[in-house]
Design a protein around this ligand. Structure first.
Ligand code: FES
Length: 106
């Protein structure tokens, strides 16, 4: 179990306890986090699950593989060094307290 917080640009936050093994796109859509659509269901073909990972958490969320790296070029909001596709981040106790910033398209 991991408590995950999604922060919106207006300063509002949504926090949820997420079961181990669930990816963080699924967790976001289950908790009605705005702007995370997950259109492809998590198969790395839509880039609608883009988040910015708080820098202190980057190492724990794992490496970006080549396919995710390619898909990160297709996000609505331009990628940053701490961009991830949240369907590729899997909840575990290690991520308890993780904070994600949700990009909001103009
Ligand atoms: S849900 Fe489509 S790439 Fe993550």
């Amino acid at each position: 179990m991991a408590n995950i917080t999604w922060k919106m640009e207006d300063g509002s936050e949504i926090s949820a306890d997420v079961k181990d093994g669930l990816n963080l796109m699924e967790a976001a859509t289950a908790n009605n986090v705005p702007h995370i659509e997950g259109e492809c269901g998590g198969c790395l073909s839509c880039a609608t699950c883009h988040v910015f990972v708080a820098p202190e958490w980057l190492a724990k969320t794992g490496e970006v593989d080549d396919i995710e790296d390619t898909m990160l070029e297709m996000t609505d909001v331009e990628r940053e060094d701490n961009s991830r596709l949240s369907c590729q981040i899997i909840a575990s106790a290690e991520l308890d307290g993780l904070v994600l910033q949700v990009p909001e398209p103009e």
